[in-house]
Design a protein around this ligand. Sequence first.
Ligand code: ZN
Ligand code: CU
Length: 483
Amino acid sequence: MTETEKFDVVISGGRLIDGSGAPARDMDVAISGDRIAAVATPENASHWWGDLSIDASDRVLAPGFIDVHTHDDNAVLDTPTMPAKLSQGVTTVIVGNCGISLAPINNIDPPPPLNLLGGRDRFRFDNMADYLAAVEETRPSVNVAALVGHGTLRVGAMDDLTKVANASEIEVMREKLAVSLEAGAIGMSTGLYYKTSAAASTEEVIALAKVVGAAGGIYTTHMRNEADNIITSLEETQTTGQQAKVPVVISHHKCSQPENWGRSGETLAFIEEARNSTTIGLDAYPYSASSTVLDPDWVNDRIRVMITTSKPHPEATGRDLADLAEEWDLSLKEAAVKLSPAGAIYFQIDEDDVQRILAYPPTMIGSDGLPHDEHPHPRLWGTFPRVLGHYCRDLGIFDLETAVHKMTGLPAQTFGLADRGVVREGAYADLVVFNAEKVQDMATFEKPLQQSKGIDYVFVNGTLSLMLGNLCPDRAGQVVRNI
Ligand code: ZN
Ligand code: CU
């Protein structure tokens, strides 16, 4: 007779999808402390005993999902229970995307799009070390890895954002970036599309990206153009990666505006070719609408625009810009000016492009959720279950192992998150147990604040954090540093 082997937690009876893309297998998993202590067949695990045992029969057991594209910099401090993410099975968020990070900057009135993270009172971290220490002290329910935003660096270093940075401004930014990476940031993001950063030259970006490359970090980019000039922007992205010797991630890849619908065949062919000589990855969210700040220059009568938040007109949230403009007897642009500062959803993406991009093997999943909007884009609450349910199970654009890999092993590898995104002995016990038949996003454009279905249990660093869809009291997120 075999002696009993004791663990903190034993999860048994489930189908294990380990995050590597390998086929599902019937495997039991044991946790001790914050790590996976053992992985074994049910037969070999029959003598296991856990202080807590979870029955995962008819369920899938997978690594916790990694949301590679978030704007949760402030949310992890203000709403540390992180229900929008935990309820999707997300156990790690990468913050600081699109050139927008909470640190290192202090005492400013955040210009758009920095105001996506909140107002003046939220920008209070002179340096990345202080921000990461605040995250550690707050201990949110999910792990946090931080990027330094190029937009944030520019706002902190430059008087006139409509210009290319001069040599001394670049030096200030390089220094702040290096110190931030030293403190544990995992890389830098740009948002060259935005007015805070559009004036930056490729050379300015390369000068900074070199600091990231030298530190072994990653460079993510909301490209200068995702519409007519998307190929030029892809070329710029590739050049930056090559010259700075840094791995690159194209953020929320899409082809914007009706005249560019269908061009993902062309853009993915470019990326495929570029991958022969450059380390380039990409992420995408599973929706045919984008969301960011409302800018009067970005509205036109060819696409629907919905208001997600408005400082002067909170009553307008959830409504269409076209309806408001008609009521006010204003043009779309005039109505947008009247609503600003504001946020919006832009229905500017083709569904065929969404599917083609999601199905492209190197594409990772990132929500790009905006947690401070009153009526947010549904991607905030629905991204991961939507990929697993709608796109994987219902439309069959890829198998479940591939879907899980895109949200676990692939991002962990790309962003250098050691011992995460995979189920194996010794890895962190970030785990999700879900019902593959029932998993489904519930958030919609009309009703965006709805919890997804089918996510049963979530463990973060070995701590049970979500049980039968309900948040647990213990929060166990850690800061994931660049090592
Ligand atoms: Zn972006
Ligand atoms: Cu973003």
